[in-house]
Design a protein around this ligand. Sequence first.
Ligand code: GLN
Length: 255
Amino acid sequence: MSEPTYLHATDGAARGRLRLLQLYPRDMNIYGDWGNALVLARRAQWAGYDVDLLSYDPGDEFPDDVDLLVGGGGQDSGQERIKEDLVERGPQLRAWASDGMPMLVICGLYQLFGHRFITGTGAEIPGISILDAETVAGSGRLIGNITLESKDFGRVVGYENHSGLTTLAAGVAPFGRVRSGDGNNGKDGTEGGRADHVIGTYLHGSLLPKNPAVADWLLARAVERAGGTWEGGSLDERADAWAEKARKVAASRPR
Ligand code: GLN
């Protein structure tokens, strides 16, 4: 684990401390995915929490426990570089997921939180099976702004860019239903996958600045798992007004 960054609650004495881990930022962090960690940290600070921002790359010491985990996308080559390490970390990550830890994994790591990704050359990159899903490279790329409708988060706006076509096993809840864009495979109308408090999705852009409802859901699950109650009431409304503007622009842009 590289040196953590310690951030303090923005207002007075902290209600608690949250440990936020970004997985593989060196190889899996494109199209602004790092912004997801920053949004979680900032909203936690506004809500009165101190935050330890941790990152983990292959070769680092793995933290004993954290409250929340995020991971981003990468090229196939990035997925190749982290694949062995991810399989080694698999049992720990599965144990955390079964224990209710909230996790947000985007694109390349979403694929590897499923069972496997078969690349364009037919090579298999093994996944860690937290999500009952698998991905096979397609012949083209699915690129552009995308909007979803989701039961828990309402309308979700993002940007996708992937060749992998993901299929969820029967009964697995998607992150949302595609309203415009391609989503998991361009065919079945699903986007992303969920398992308990784990969200996998293709939405970059980054996702959380434009979708604060998703950020607060993750934070609420993290606080509850630590025995507390999330109260986001003191959040900065100006930030949400900017988020709303960004959502509108992204949703109105043709692909
Ligand atoms: N290599 C994967 C794909 O294209 C993941 C891409 C990404 O993370 N943006 O399907």
